[in-house]
Design a protein around this ligand. Structure first.
Ligand code: HSC
Length: 692
């Protein structure tokens, strides 16, 4: 007998409680326990109402995602739910916390649903590359109607209690302890004040035009995704008798379950959570309420905005009054944008503005708990600032730099407190992008690392632990694979073909469009900085430098790889001339590349450098690299991240590819020893994550 579910008899009520911490996932133990308790309660003549509720923080968070990909062990959820709908004793569900996926499907199989407190419900299966497989596509439309069911199932969004009540998904919303509410509601069923009905028996009509429109909409919104379309197909069967509709749902569910997108999306779900498992997780974070931010440019203002939106007090520092005022105005307009996007209430915006102070005097940072330096990317500037901060800041203040590339050990050495120095690398726009690289220097104290992670949680960001090297995890890998794009241009592909091929692969934006967005001067300055260290054997394409030298800096100057005077931006005609000249200087006869070849070279280059980042211990595990690219670089979520994608190809195939490419450029294309070992041993990056 499983402990995950218990049956308690109180008077004539059979209370079935789910107790499977942390989130009451419907694992095999829970399903088995549920079935057993249900049968016992149904067979007990002394029970006239059965009430389901959850112990701990939730009702049921859905199927146990970890079981997907394995053979399902009976009893499966749809069988139990159908049985529940058949038994003579009325069953009600009392829902608190969340009822998601299979959790809501259990509740939909009950004869009444009562929400408690700040309950949220939803069918988020589509976000995992599947569809509700335990009757959700059949019962939700019977209660909420076809349009609402299509919307909730194809977006997977969480629905708050009051809205769920309005939609008809809940019959009642109340307050109290779930067990007490369950007992009270059972009494109401008995005296007829809480009506019960079998959802599977409600008739519903399906409008074929509505279904056709929904299919077109999901395809237009997410052309790469498989499961949204399957969700609509399953919902379209809801006018059939419930069992028949559920058979169709089951077949479509199995289709999705076997798809690589399901594996990628579930990997992404776990990646978001795995990154928090750091060696310092038992250290106590330092208290952070007042943050000092140096630099009011795009980055500093974005970081300040993120901190203000999270309820922190911010003191902004700039060198002069004009720059300070510009920074302040950027922050205020960011906050206005957040209100417009519905991310912030107008009252909260006013309150956030009141927490913003601005000053040109660094000495005003004496009382801040955390400094985030987002000044100019120059080691001299940083060392000067950190020397001053060391003299000004109170003991125990965390001193963070937002540098994208520079050596944080050197910055830390400029202070008498290297244990307090850390890298907090935000991604632009910092109040929107989810990623935060927490860069741990040689002497950073564990509680300072824990503070970085706690700050990320407060800012609702995904923090990834990185080590110190030029570019840390993300930008180091980017610098390498970006060269593959430049080599493709040098050898014959056009920037537009490369962008289109990679967007076809699923990247949010191709590399040249992304460059135009961020500004071509940034890469130009970095290449100049690195020029003295460039190995002689390295091929170097001057195309990007010549474009920047022509004054074409991307969107900010109206021209870059593309002409931003019109939308959609066509190619900048001047770029082709530069490319031709550089090819001639290199003696290159341009050749054609297929889109598939472009994707293969670009992605292989990425995987090569990512493997070295693991070898060097800069990332803890491959899954940390996946999270970095999913949350900071627009990598397609349904592909799970670059290392998960690498596993779908296999190490052997990757080694063969690199060896082929190396015939033309043996300096750039080298097989990392770790990848060769994996190919020899037949292992995967998942094995290195400890998932194998
Ligand atoms: C589903 O239900 C399919 C159905 O249609 C059934 C189909 C059956 C068909 C059979 C036919 C043959 N499973 O997020 P947190 C872990 S699909 C396993 O940090 P929070 C999580 O990894 C499912 N584990 O907490 C973490 O573990 P760690 C639909 C799950 O308070 C820990 O719990 N449901 C899990 O911030 C804490 O999680 C969903 O998609 C699960 N379902 O948020 C809901 N859910 O500590 C997914 C969580 O080791 N879950 N874990 O890292 C969530 O959205 C959030 O976790 C919550 C809690 C909002 C529940």
């Amino acid at each position: 007998m499983s402990d995950a579910v218990t049956l308690e008899k109180v008077g004539r009520t059979g209370l079935i409680a789910f107790d499977n911490p942390p989130v009451n996932a419907a694992s095999h133990a829970l399903r088995q326990g549920f079935q057993d308790c249900l049968e016992r309660a149904a067979a007990d003549d002394g029970i006239d109402v059965i009430a389901l509720y959850g112990k701990g923080r939730s009702f049921v968070a859905g199927a146990d995602i970890r079981e997907f990909g394995k053979t399902p062990e009976a009893p499966i959820l749809p069988t139990i739910i159908n049985r529940m709908e058949e038994i003579a004793t009325p069953v009600i569900a009392v829902i608190h916390g969340v009822a998601l996926g299979g959790g809501l499907e259990i509740a939909l199989g009950a004869q009444a649903r009562v929400g408690v407190g700040r309950v949220r419900v939803g069918l988020p299966e589509v976000t995992l590359g599947i569809l509700p497989g335990a009757g959700g596509t059949q019962r939700a439309p019977r209660l909420a109607g076809l349009p609402a069911a299509i919307e909730m199932i194809t977006t997977g969004r969480h629905i708050q209690g009051p809205e769920a009540l309005e939609m008809g998904l809940l019959d009642r919303l109340t307050e109290g302890d779930p067990r007490e509410v369950a007992l009270a509601m059972a009494e109401e069923v008995r005296n007829g004040t809480l009506p019960v009905r079998t959802v599977g028996e409600i008739a519903v009509t399906v409008d074929p035009e509505l279904i056709a429109r929904a299919k077109a909409e999901v395809q237009a919104k997410a052309p790469h995704l498989y499961s949204p379309l399957k969700c609509v197909e399953a919902i379209a069967a809801c006018d059939k008798p419930i069992r028949e509709g559920m058979d169709i749902e089951r077949a479509l569910f199995r289709n999705c379950l076997g798809s690589p997108q399901r594996a990628g999306l579930i990997h992404a779900f776990f990646a978001e959570r795995a990154v928090a498992k750091i060696p310092e997780r038992d250290a106590t974070p330092r208290k952070v309420e007042r943050v000092g931010i140096i630099g009011g440019g795009t980055m500093g203002s974005g970081i300040a905005t993120a901190c203000l939106m999270a309820g922190l007090s911010v003191r902004l520092n700039e060198r002069d009054a004009a720059a300070l005022e510009r920074g302040r105005q950027t922050i205020l307009s960011n906050l206005d944008g957040a209100v417009k996007r519905g991310k912030m209430k107008p009252e909260a915006r006013a309150e956030a503005e009141a927490r913003l102070a601005a000053s040109t005097v660094l000495a005003d940072f004496a009382d801040v708990d955390l400094v985030i330096e987002a000044a100019f990317e120059d080691m001299g500037v940083k060392i000067d600032l950190f020397t001053q901060l060391d003299a000004i800041c109170k003991a125990g203040a965390v001193l963070a730099t937002n540098t994208s590339y520079l050596d944080i050990d050197r910055i830390a050495a400029a202070t008498g407190r290297p244990q307090d120095v850390i890298g907090l690398h935000f991604f632009s726009p910092a109040h929107i992008m989810k990623l935060l690289e927490v860069v741990v220097a040689d002497r950073t104290a564990p509680e300072v690392v824990a503070t970085g992670f706690a700050l990320a949680a407060k800012l609702k960001k995904v923090a990834v632990r990185a080590g110190v090297c030029d570019g840390f995890i993300g930008n180091r890998i980017l610098t390498h694979y970006r060269k593959a794009a430049d080599y493709l241009v040098l050898d014959g592909a056009s920037p537009e073909q490369i962008d289109d091929a990679l967007e076809g692969f699923g990247w949010a934006m191709g590399p040249f469009r992304a460059n135009d967005l961020s500004g071509l001067d940034i890469g130009y300055a970095t290449r100049k900085r690195r020029a003295p260290d460039r190995p002689k054997a390295e091929r170097y394409s001057e195309v990007p430098d010549r474009i920047a030298e022509a004054g074409w800096l991307g969107r900010k100057s109206g021209m870059g790889y593309y002409d931003h005077g019109t939308k959609p931006a066509p190619a900048n005609p001047g770029v082709a001339g530069i490319i031709d000249t550089v090819r001639a200087e290199h003696g290159v006869t341009p050749r054609t590349f297929t889109d598939a070849e472009i994707v293969d070279r670009y992605m292989t280059a990425m995987i090569v450098e990512a493997t070295r980042v693991i070898e060097d211990g800069i990332a803890q595990r491959p899954i940390d690299i996946d999270a970095t690219f999913l949350f900071g670089y627009g990598f397609p979520r349904w592909r799970g991240g670059p290392m998960h994608y690498a596993d779908t190809l296999g190490a052997r195939r990757l080694v063969e590819r690199i060896e082929t490419y190396a015939q033309d450029d043996p300096h750039y294309w080298q097989v990392p020893p770790l990848l060769r070992r994996m190919a020899d041993e037949g292992t995967t990056f998942a094995d290195l994550n400890g998932e194998g």
